[in-house]
Design a protein around this ligand. Structure first.
Ligand SMILES: C[S@@+](CC[C@H](N)C(=O)[O-])C[C@H]1O[C@@H](n2cnc3c(N)ncnc32)[C@H](O)[C@@H]1O
Length: 290
């Protein structure tokens, strides 16, 4: 049986359904995912208060540090792979002295709105280099949006990036090579897009002990992914009493969808989705040592 250990009491019911079906009623933002730079992304998400990378930041930093400190018998420090990495938001927040609020301010400010992409990239490169933390970890990114990861690479947020869709096919040679270095997989905002197929493809290719830290909407069942991780010897914990606001609903239709989806998965939307925002749970998976 796959393991979901509950650290606080509230039943987390592992019903089937999977990410694909559950995301049907959620508004889509495909048009801001593959732009040449992150301005449209932040401008569109600002009014919706998209904030999950901010909640993930302290966890990812700590987990990256803890994972790096683990002697796993391999040479060199393990890399972090941020899945659905987009413009490198989590890489920015883990490795730099910057907040998500500062990123919103930067990319929505009137001065930056009119700047050419070339100038923005040059300024961003400098901005992140100046804020680079001494404990920065190697971060690889995976996202189907090639222009977004290209930007993150160009400004120095990602050390390597891959754009294959592992929902559709196996990793290519470059990603397979990178997976050998990966010791931590992170995810924010992607739980409605990827399924156990992506995680299975990734874990099949890893060579070091892998930890997974994922923030996933309560409207989506993480159970199929927990099963896939368990098949690779990982045990998952989640504190279902602690939720993290992700963003405001776009409209009443999306709110109704979310409330129903949360209820269908055994959650209670009172005081959370009922009040107007998506909420996520934080899942942590580590090699099962029992
Ligand atoms: C809501 S954004 C999240 C971006 C970032 N992690 C954050 O929290 O700000 C979702 C991302 O998932 C990506 N995506 C969608 N389907 C994907 C797939 N099959 N494999 C990898 N990335 C995918 C999109 O291109 C988009 O960049």
């Amino acid at each position: 049986m796959p393991t979901i250990r509950e650290e606080k009491r509230e039943m987390y019911e592992t019903r089937t359904g999977g990410a694909e079906g559950a995301s049907d009623g959620k508004s889509r933002f495909d048009d801001i995912y593959d732009r040449p730079d992150p301005r449209a992304y932040f401008q569109r998400l600002a009014p919706l208060g998209y904030e999950i990378p901010h909640h993930a930041q302290p966890f990812f930093r700590q987990i990256a540090t803890d994972r790096a400190a683990l002697d796993d018998g391999h040479r060199g420090r393990p890399a972090m792979l941020d899945v659905c990495c987009s413009y490198g938001v989590n890489a920015a927040l883990v490795n730099h002295d910057v907040t998500l609020a500062e990123m919103y301010e930067r990319y929505t400010s009137p001065a930056y709105r009119t700047m050419s992409r070339k100038e923005l990239a040059a300024r961003d490169k400098e901005f992140y280099a100046e804020r680079r933390r001494p404990d920065a970890v190697t971060v690889f990114g995976l996202d189907v949006a090639a222009p977004a990861v290209q930007y993150a690479l160009e400004v120095g947020l990602l050390d390597a990036a891959f754009t294959e869709d592992l929902e559709q096919g196996p990793p290519g040679t470059g990603l397979r090579g990178a997976l050998a270095e990966v010791g931590l997989i992170t995810l924010t905002g992607g739980g409605s897009y990827i399924t156990a197929r992506t995680f299975t493809a990734l874990l099949d290719g890893t060579r070091r002990p892998v930890w997974v830290s994922a923030f996933v909407l309560r409207t989506v069942s993480y159970h199929p992914i927990v099963q896939a991780l368990a098949a690779h010897g990982l045990s998952t914990t989640v504190d279902v009493s602690r939720t993290y606001p992700q963003r405001l609903f776009t409209d009443e239709r999306e709110r109704r969808y979310a409330i129903e989806a949360v209820r269908a998965l055994g959650g209670n939307p009172t005081g959370r989705e009922e009040d107007g925002r998506f909420h996520s749970l934080h899942y942590e998976s580590r090699p099962d040592t029992r």
